[in-house]
Design a protein around this ligand. Structure first.
Ligand code: GSH
Length: 203
């Protein structure tokens, strides 16, 4: 059975969300977001940096949320959540799928570091402001794309599992302002999906 190494309120939620959308059976190992939980020898054997998510599937062990999502869609079940290569939606599916970790997550990581992870005396207001500006710039094209669509490529897809989850996190961090109203509606839409709710409620 598929086994997901998971920490609540992290990217590991993407994997649970997808598995729930597809109705696949899986087992979850919930790790605490602590040094002992993630940087143990056992977990470093699964992920050299001691991070989540990790997916185990028999003899296969794989990390990187995007790789895991793609692996599951290719290897296990698709339900139309990944367009065929011939589809007109395929290029933009790839674009939004990779835009998540490539453009949105780097400034968001920095915001989390500067507002939550670092002790107050080590936080840097300039770094925080730069990250906030960069995140807003990165969110603008997503907002524009969603002005005439319910989901990133029109219908719900694996790209939403990646980037929709990132938009949800950005909104929760207070980084989705009124000028990004299409993203706000998108986050509300995603939040009504039962599979998403399961992933977000898992603690
Ligand atoms: N690009 C990786 C990022 C993995 C990652 O940084 N995960 C975070 C949680 S969202 C983590 O495990 N952090 C623990 C740590 O930094 O010690 C992915 O998409 O899986």
């Amino acid at each position: 059975m598929l086994k997901v190494y998971f920490v609540a309120d992290t990217r590991a939620g993407r994997v649970i969300w997808l598995l729930e959308e597809l109705g696949l059976e899986y087992e979850v190992v919930i790790l605490p977001f602590t040094k002992e939980g993630l940087k143990s020898q056992d977990h470093r054997a699964r992920h050299p940096l001691g991070r989540v998510p990790v997916l185990e599937d028999g003899d296969v062990s794989i990390y990187e949320s995007g790789a895991i999502i793609d692996y599951v869609l290719e290897k296990h079940k698709n339900n139309g959540l990944k367009p065929q290569i011939e589809s007109e939606h395929f290029p933009h599916y790839l674009q939004w799928f990779h835009y998540c970790e490539g453009m949105v997550m780097p400034p968001m990581n920095q915001i989390v570091v500067q507002t939550i992870l670092l002790p107050p005396d080590r936080r840097d207001e300039t770094v925080l402001k730069q990250a906030q500006n960069l995140l807003t710039k990165s969110l603008l094209p997503i907002n524009q794309n969603l002005e005439d669509k319910e989901y990133l490529i029109g219908k719900f897809s694996g790209a939403d599992v990646m980037l929709g989850h990132a938009c949800f996190m950005a909104n929760r961090l207070g980084c989705v302002g009124e000028e990004l109203s299409a993203i706000k509606s998108y986050v509300e839409r995603i939040s009504t999906r039962p599979a998403f709710q399961k992933a977000i409620e898992l603690k």
